[in-house]
Design a protein around this ligand. Structure first.
Ligand code: THU
Length: 136
């Protein structure tokens, strides 16, 4: 299984996530977030958080990223990078780990503050589409 992602690719993802973060709409938390992903076909997609006056309806950067993924014809995430307003690497929140899990490729890796991790390391024993396949 190919697990290595080149440093140049990580740097591209960091740049794309940082650019996306600058488009964030975060007037309430004042905590802009940007996310970027390398897809299995080589494309890089990105997303930013989009908040809402209701607070609870806030879209995380990962939400807009998976929307962009699907709107752009779909695909599988090979590598993922998320940054905060200072450009520092950010762990995806719990809900967003589930969103990313849905569109992962088998060898998906994420940059985290603790280094490169697999999807299984950040969302162990996940519930996923495969659980819905074996219903009676
Ligand atoms: N946020 C994200 O966009 N992604 C995450 O994984 C963590 C949190 C956003 C949501 C909200 O707009 C702001 O960060 C503060 O929670």
């Amino acid at each position: 299984m190919r697990t290595e992602i080149d440093d140049v690719v990580w740097e591209s993802l960091r740049g794309a996530a940082t650019d996306a973060m600058r488009n964030a709409y975060a007037p309430y938390s004042k905590y802009p977030v940007g996310a970027a992903a390398l897809l299995d076909d080589g494309r890089i997609i990105s997303g930013c958080n989009v908040e809402n006056a209701s607070y609870g309806l806030t879209l995380c950067a990962e939400c807009t990223l998976v929307g962009a993924l699907h709107m752009g014809g779909g695909g599988r995430i090979r590598a993922f990078y998320c940054v905060d307003g200072a450009g520092a690497v950010l762990m995806p929140c719990g809900r967003c780990r589930q969103l990313l899990y849905e569109f992962r490729s088998p060898e998906m890796v994420l940059m985290t503050s603790l280094g490169i991790k697999t999807m299984d390391q950040i969302l162990p024993d996940a519930f996923g589409p495969e659980n819905l396949e074996n219903q009676q």
